[in-house]
Design a protein around this ligand. Sequence first.
Ligand code: SF4
Length: 265
Amino acid sequence: MPGSPAEIKLVNNAMSNATRRTIMNLLTEANRSKEDIGKAIGQSMLDYHLQLLRQAGLIAIKDEMLELTDFGKNMLESKAERPAGSRNDLLDVRPIEIAEVRQLIPCIADAAKYRVLAQVQPPLGATLKQMEPLFPRARYLENIGALTIQTGNIMITAYSTGKVIMTMITSDDEAKKILENFKKTINEAIEKGIKPVPREKLKVDHAEIYKYLPKTNCHNCGEQSCYSFAIRLVGKETTLDKCTPLLETKYAINLEHLRVLMEYL
Ligand code: SF4
């Protein structure tokens, strides 16, 4: 049982992170393999999170399975230390509404499709990060404070400010349906607690990157074409800022979307 200031600090640090609290929650239901935990919350920094929980004495590995220690169980039973992701953590969060759909403009990636900008109210702020386990193909990007969700060809980027961008939308009805599903999933979590779903890997390749480049083959980036720039980006042989046309206002959403995609490379 931790008692020294250093040990208490380890526990507080371990429990201060939503992903680690979600892992603790998963282990209250059953002992799980590392692979199972990875499927539920994603592989990103999984070893790091598990290491911090083990160092704090909250979880242990037995027969290659992860389990809560007695101290970990007591911690979760303690009302003061109830993990985020449980219903109580969301008691102060109000259900969201789709306040407005601000723009419906052609997608540069595919002129037959649209980019949609919407706003949800109230903004989810830091709580947005806790919503990552609700979607099979989702990832929270710390550096831009956004949750990205992939569903088929469509990429949804939801920001902590309430702004939501969707790309490759075919119609008003499709945009409305996706926004309603997004709202329903979030609001059910607010009402009933966060129940992680099995995770799927989100893949990004050069063809996906190319869709959002200006496709003018202007050579400003030093490449023969936008396509070769996309290939070199995926190979990490160049950087997005080399494509200066992306700074033009008309490509603002493309740039925003590409910055998200770059996080997956
Ligand atoms: S600078 Fe941008 S638009 Fe011009 S060729 Fe390179 S990738 Fe294409």
